[in-house]
Design a protein around this ligand. Structure first.
Ligand SMILES: [Zn+2]
Ligand SMILES: [Zn+2]
Length: 255
């Protein structure tokens, strides 16, 4: 499994793309950068988008991405997320006001897209190859992380979260875990803001990492723009050799 980091910033500014991961050209997780980083042919190869939650930095490019898929021969794209997140998209994004309701749109070959609920705690094998387990995490809206496994290995792909137990429980019961991705949005001086917006600071990250038993790389994501320098200093000061700050454009080989 090859995971291409299309974007991993917690905010929008030049040279900072929002959260999106591309897995083996066919599966995406979150839609913060699908149309700003992928050429049209790469967009059309995608077969499924998994969404962690409905916050704009994770979904904004989705309707524009779907609008690029009316070409002859482009296959239906599945959108998999919790019912709450799918309802958010239908009500507040593709609602025939902000953007056309693509849930009913047809291309020359079939439905443009398909909403397929995948609730927190559920497991599913998708695209015949990826075993996906969704893990509820603690954020201001219903939000889920993803454990994505193939026969070669597993990636625990975290997203926006505050302090969480189940995420690490899943990590500790996954023997073929090769890497984890964890957020750290605000420096310690902004602990109150992190608490109110349900994100992590380096101090909280240090506590979280004590829950992880495996000696695997832990990639840090979702730093808010402007705070990256302070965050890197504070994260490095934790002295945990598993930590690897994630960079836009990184490719993670899992297995
Ligand atoms: Zn969020
Ligand atoms: Zn976010």
């Amino acid at each position: 499994m090859r995971v291409h980091v299309l974007g991993c910033s917690g905010g929008s500014a030049p040279r900072r793309e929002l959260t999106s991961y591309l897995i083996d050209d066919v599966l995406a997780v979150d839609a913060g950068a699908l149309t700003t980083t992928l050429e049209l042919d790469a967009q059309q190869r995608l077969r499924m988008v998994l969404l962690s939650h409905g916050h704009m930095d994770h979904i904004w490019s989705l309707p524009l991405f779907l609008a690029n898929r009316f070409q002859d021969g482009t296959l239906t794209c599945a959108i998999r997320a919790s019912g709450y997140t799918l309802e958010t998209l239908a009500t507040h994004q593709m609602n025939d006001r902000v953007w056309p309701d693509f849930t009913r749109a047809m291309t020359m070959t079939g439905p443009l897209m398909a909403f397929q609920p995948l609730e927190a705690g559920e497991q599913a094998t998708v695209l015949k190859r990826y075993r996906v387990t969704t893990i509820p995490v603690d954020h201001t809206v219903p939000c889920q992380a993803h454990l994505i496994e193939t026969d070669e290995g597993a990636l625990l792909l975290g997203t926006d979260t505050h302090v969480t137990e189940r995420f690490w429980e899943v990590a500790n019961r996954t023997p073929n875990l090769k890497a984890a991705v964890v957020e750290c949005s605000f420096p310690d001086a902004y602990a109150d803001l992190a608490f109110r917006s349900k994100h992590l600071t380096p101090r909280l990250l240090g506590e979280e990492l004590k829950k992880l038993k495996a000696d695997v790389p832990v990639h840090i994501t979702h730093m808010k723009p402007g705070y990256e320098g302070a965050l890197l200093r504070e994260i490095n000061a934790l002295g945990d050799s598993r930590i690897r700050p994630l960079h836009q454009g990184d490719v993670l080989e899992i297995g």
